[in-house]
Design a protein around this ligand. Structure first.
Ligand SMILES: C[S@@+](CC[C@H](N)C(=O)[O-])C[C@H]1O[C@@H](n2cnc3c(N)ncnc32)[C@H](O)[C@@H]1O
Length: 268
């Protein structure tokens, strides 16, 4: 299992153009329903009001920043990749949201140039698995959040079938080529809760998306029988349970969405 990410090579990878942009298009393709469930969870379980000040860390193509800005929130969107920020800005323009989102090039583990202790909602979606030092990133996100704020995040669960298959795949890749840079890893819920607690957060609720989603990597989907049948399983589950709330099934989602609050203890 790959549980250590290189602290220099991984950020370098994401900062370079032509990397994450090639494989991250969650709104498109056959798995859009899977990623849409993450938005549905936030809509169903976070009270968002237009007066809120939202920070979207690792905004990618800006889907969460745009979703919040459409509800009237003031949004700051940060990413380590200038290329992704450009794409997010284009998407915001197409959505008629010019001026409602401020885009900023920053790494999750150093948000010191943003307002501290003021954000009502901090989002860190689809990013935990690419952070070489989750604790450091959590501490920097804890520092920008207001005392009544909420923190929403996702991670790839090592308890899930998808996470387990991904770990086997990564292990085989690193075994074949030991100098290959691994850019993602998985977490168990217990590890995430430990890291949250160590950095001044307490988990309120968690949700699992896609217990039967065996392959959430859009780029690997091809039009063959194996991939079509894994997709059919995931679709069937999503029709019945768009997501699972709490308990064992939530822990076993391919993606786990968590909602946490800052504790009074503050950041480490
Ligand atoms: C998998 S995408 C997720 C994008 C978006 N949050 C979503 O859910 O659609 C991860 C994004 O995080 C960015 N990223 C990677 N490492 C980062 C870091 N240390 N700080 C900030 N952004 C980072 C990548 O450039 C990429 O745009």
């Amino acid at each position: 299992m790959v549980d250590e990410l290189d602290p220099k090579a991984v950020p370098d990878y994401f900062s370079n153009p032509g990397t994450v942009e090639r494989w991250w298009s969650p709104d498109q393709g056959p798995l859009a329903f899977h990623y849409d469930a993450e938005l549905a969870i936030l809509d169903d379980h976070l009270k968002v009001d237009p007066a809120q000040h939202v920070l979207d860390v690792g905004t990618g193509r800006g889907r969460f920043a745009i979703h919040m800005a459409k509800q009237g929130c003031r949004v700051v969107a940060v990413d380590i990749s200038r290329e992704m920020l450009g794409l997010a800005q284009e998407a915001a323009h197409e959505a008629g949201l010019d001026g409602q989102i401020r885009f900023h090039e920053s790494s999750a583990d150093d948000l010191s140039d943003l307002e501290q202790g003021k954000f009502d909602l901090v989002l860190c979606m689809e990013l935990f698995d690419h952070l070489p030092d989750l604790g450091r990133a959590l501490a920097s996100m804890r520092a920008v959040i207001g005392p009544e704020g909420r923190f929403a995040f996702t991670y790839v669960a090592s308890e899930s079938v998808y996470g387990r298959l991904g770990n086997i795949y990564r292990w085989l890749k690193s075994w074949r080529k030991s100098d290959r840079v691994m850019i993602s890893r998985t977490y168990s819920l217990a590890e995430v809760e430990r890291q949250l607690a160590a950095n001044g957060f307490e988990l309120d609720d968690h949700f699992g998306v896609g217990v039967l989603c065996l392959n959430a990597q859009t780029r690997l989907f091809q039009d063959n029988l194996l991939f079509r049948s894994t997709l059919a399983l995931a679709r069937a589950e999503a029709r019945r349970w768009p997501y699972h709330r709490g308990g064992r099934l939530a822990r076993m989602g391919a993606h786990v969405v968590g909602i946490a609050r800052p504790t009074t203890r503050g950041s480490r």
